[in-house]
Design a protein around this ligand. Sequence first.
Ligand SMILES: [Fe+2]
Ligand SMILES: [Fe+2]
Length: 329
Amino acid sequence: MSECCTYSQDINTGQSLVAISVDSACAASLQCDIYIQREPNEEPILYRRKSHPLEKADLDRLIKRGIETIFISKSHEATYRDRMYEEVCCDETIAPAERFRVLRDINEAFFEKAFRGGKLDEVVGFSEVLGSQLTEIISRNDLVVEDLLSLMEFDNGTYTHCINVSTYCLLLATHLGISKVEELESIAAGALLHDIGKRQVQLSVLNKPGPLTDEQREHVQRHPLIGFEELSLRGDMNWRQLMIVYQHHERMDGLGYPTGISGDEIHPWARICSIADVFHALTSIRPYRFPLSVSAASVVIGGEMKTAFDSEMVKCWNTIMKTTPCFMA
Ligand SMILES: [Fe+2]
Ligand SMILES: [Fe+2]
């Protein structure tokens, strides 16, 4: 996780500060006061006033000095995200994978905060916007999958999980021939929300290093139903998105949860999400096991777990992975 995760305080004014990785910052988007830390555990101090805007050379100099993080006031966070989106993510001359990286990084803190502490409205609204932006980048013909995968992060945080699953869903959906932008946007937003029911599960249980008790497992396995019930009350999500949330842990062989339905009873969008979800779970760092490589995870999906998934979708997934030779080595 690289950006906007840390909150700090200006020691003079007491205002909250948000950390931004220097690496992915764009000088033109930083039209506000900038703070830096002289030492890792010190409070940030004012580095540059808004009246003397940063330039690219300044960011390069900071990197040379070994400074990886700058801080801006929390009140500028939304403006900064909007500017970054316009300056970088909308710039057609920048490679899609790089635009993906920036899009992912600038939204991390906001998503984590909304997911864990915010209102459901906030998470749903944000997922719709982020889903559209993600679709714009991922469903392009000139996206090089290899470049994209080389940028993926494999930690086990909520945001990384949701955005990776959404990204994999878009990759798989476009390769399965889904090309309508509205459908892709809908899939992306639904996938960002697929684990929304986990908001009701205690973090100590979700992150427990080691096996869960029967009671804990039952509790965790209620998250698709909880998410479905919560979202279906709203009326602004379509049925197919709700099926992503409700059925993403169902299996084609009927051994999934929460209901144990099988085959065609599982909505195709949920089948797409289940491959994306398991792929991220296998490749991410967990407290109790090492992550699998991309190629090893693809082997598991097409091998020992193949009865769980739609076989045509697995074939398609493996074809996508074969276009990324460095991962299949
Ligand atoms: Fe889930
Ligand atoms: Fe998940």
